[in-house]
Design a binder for this molecule. Structure first.
Ligand code: ADP
Ligand code: MG
Length: 240
């Protein structure tokens, strides 16, 4: 579903991604971890072309992301993305947040978009909050809305960039629970997170990045029991 082949990226002289190659199969959950500044956010943003790359090839569901001919709006409607900060539109109600792109990008009717939105709000346990504004919800609730909003577009892939790291600790699990459910339903996911409990539960593989390089791309069990690199060992020792 996702393939990165020899992807390199520079910011000026600084090489942020160094020859990164990996694949994520349909229904696979890949957790990306590694120290701060190692290129995790940049890597997953290349998948929906939020970050252009200078070298390499990226394919999503058969679409060449790195080709100039690709319709990026269409690509991004297939790729849901949830960030650390929820990035809901503060001046729109929750239901309006969930229907806007469905109507504008997918040309759904208002009724159709509403129906989809209400179904997904129900699924993340927030149906009663449809007419509130983002500022009236807790951080955990807002992040669940952000996930529901992404799912409204019927994405084939979901990308998460530290979705729980800006939340108060008591709200982390309500967001992870939604993500775990999504994983069990077979969504293809790339998740940057330091939540190793989540990784142990649902990840198929772990990518460990350091200084722009994917230094491990390992099945979950092996990563936790027998990481290959010293840097991954050090990292695990610090966070577990
Ligand atoms: P991570 O998500 O692993 O913390 P990032 O992908 O955000 O890492 O960043 C990787 C490196 O690229 C960091 O050293 C960061 O300072 C640098 N970087 C990120 N964005 C930019 C930018 N727009 N311009 C220059 N350097 C950047
Ligand atoms: Mg980051």
């Amino acid at each position: 579903m996702i393939s990165l082949k020899n992807v390199s990226k520079w910011y000026g002289q600084f090489q942020v991604l160094k020859d990164c190659t990996t694949q994520v199969g349909k229904g696979e959950v890949v957790v990306v971890c590694g120290p701060s500044g190692s290129g995790k956010s940049t890597l997953i943003k290349t998948v929906n072309a939020l970050e252009p790359v200078q070298q390499g090839t990226i394919m999503v569901d058969g679409v060449n992301v790195t080709s100039k001919a690709t319709d990026l709006a269409k690509l991004r409607s297939k790729v849901g993305m949830v960030f650390q900060h929820f990035e809901l539109f503060p001046h729109l109600s929750i239901i309006e947040n969930l229907t806007l792109a469905q109507i504008k990008v997918l040309n759904r009717s208002k009724e159709e978009a509403n129906e989809k939105a209400l179904g997904l709000l129900d699924r993340v346990g927030l149906l009663a909050h449809a007419d509130k504004f983002p500022g009236q919800l807790s951080g955990g609730q807002q992040q669940r809305v952000a996930i529901a909003r992404a799912l409204c577009m019927d994405p084939v892939v979901m990308l998460f960039d530290e979705p729980t790291s800006a939340l108060d600790p008591e709200m982390v699990n309500e967001v992870l629970d939604v993500m775990v459910e999504l994983a069990y339903e077979g969504m293809t996911m790339m998740v940057v997170t330091h939540e190793m409990g989540f990784a142990r539960k649902v990840a198929h593989r772990i990518l460990f990045m350091d200084e722009g390089t994917i230094i491990e791309d390992t099945p979950k069990e092996q990563f936790f029991t027998d990481p290959q690199s010293d840097r991954a060992k050090d990292f695990l020792a610090k966070i577990i």
